[in-house]
Design a protein around this ligand. Structure first.
Ligand code: ASP
Length: 343
């Protein structure tokens, strides 16, 4: 008894001093974007080449990461985020799910272009079951800029992915010392470093001196659906159309003709659409092509209407992701309606 207690104490001491068992393991999945961008002048904040630097270069630029985590990098793509597509998204999500299932993995970070970052973050949020942190991060200034924001954003993101307090919170977006919920966050500025906000839901927390803080204990958004993609091989095409004065039914009819399996309309205000496109919307619904009407306004709930499904709290690009995941598992029109009608 005495000997085994002594052995246990020695082992504890050993682990404490070597620190190996204590260190969080974080994988960084690199997708490209401005965070990996390089320009010819350090004043350029446009016209640079996104996705120029490899993941190891990003990691090496922040040696402070080594002080608290074992970080490894995987280059998934090196693209402008406008070129990320649903095939790549599916591959990324499945790779991350396999990584999170390993007992040694503490959390993951995805470096990504900011233009469609919210779509990837939302996709990962809806498809990940693991309580481990999934953190998506980008930068508004290329790595070569004076006062580039990428290095600090990456430090914060890895710190969050390594942090126990970040578990059970779904996917999170880290930018400019703020932590946002993937469910509600959207890009709200084309250039400023403070480019990501959740207009109604707000931030989850932030960072002070590189330490994350949260406003609330771990929580999840009400009615957040989960989609198991383990058996999903491909995602169907869902088109997004934009409403405006003078919109006619040409594009909605073209979408139907081109084989869209679902349609999202960025309507005006509370999802209103011109009367002249309503027959085409009704026709699509009657053919079993769900039409979700979201809003081109950044904030607010879109209620259902006679013609189509209201998107609730989801903006057009997020409504498209839910619709595409629902269609991939052949959900009925009523089930699909239920994902959006949360009030
Ligand atoms: N065009 C870039 C992208 O989304 C912008 C950025 O990363 O901030 O890839």
């Amino acid at each position: 008894m005495k000997n085994s207690a002594l052995l246990a104490t020695l082992l504890l001491f050993f682990c404490f001093f070597c620190g190996a068992a204590e260190r969080p393991q974080v994988t960084i999945y690199a997708m490209g974007g401005t965070i990996a961008g390089a320009a010819s002048s350090n004043l350029d904040s446009t016209g640079y080449v996104s996705g120029s630097l490899g993941v190891q270069t990003l990691i090496d630029a922040v040696p402070e990461l080594k002080s608290f985590a074992d970080v490894s990098g995987r280059q998934v793509a090196n693209l402008e985020s406008s070129d990320v597509d649903r095939t790549l998204l599916l591959k990324l999500a499945k790779t991350i799910h396999a990584d999170l299932a390993k007992p040694d993995t503490s959390g993951v970070v995805v470096t990504h272009g900011t233009d469609t970052l919210e779509e990837t973050a939302f996709f990962l949020d809806l498809t990940t079951r693991s309580p481990k942190p999934v953190v998506i991060v980008g930068a508004m200034r290329p790595a070569t800029a004076i006062s580039a924001d990428g290095a600090m954003n990456l430090y914060d993101a890895v710190k969050l992915a390594a942090s126990d307090s970040a578990r059970h919170r779904g996917a999170m977006v880290v930018m400019n010392d703020r932590i946002s919920p993937a469910m509600f966050v959207t890009k709200t500025d084309t250039h400023a470093v403070e480019a990501f906000q959740s207009p109604e839901a707000g931030y989850l927390g932030g960072f002070i001196n590189g330490q994350p803080y949260f406003y609330y204990a771990p929580t999840q958004p009400v009615n957040k659906p989960h989609f198991d993609i383990s058996e999903v091989e491909s995602l169907p095409d869902v088109s997004i159309l934009y409403s405006y004065q003078d919109q006619d039914d040409t594009l909605i009819r073209a979408a139907i003709k081109n084989g869209a399996k679902g349609i999202v309309i960025a309507g005006t205000g509370n999802g209103s659409i011109p009367g002249r496109i309503k027959p085409a919307v009704k026709e699509a619904m009657a053919r079993g092509i769900p039409v979700v009407i979201a809003s081109r306004i950044d904030a607010g709930y879109v209620t259902a209407n006679d013609e189509a499904i209201g998107s609730g709290f989801y903006n057009p690009q997020k409504a498209k992701i839910i619709l595409s995941l629902a269609l991939a598992r052949h959900d009925s029109m009523e089930t699909i309606r239920g994902y959006f009608a949360t009030l």
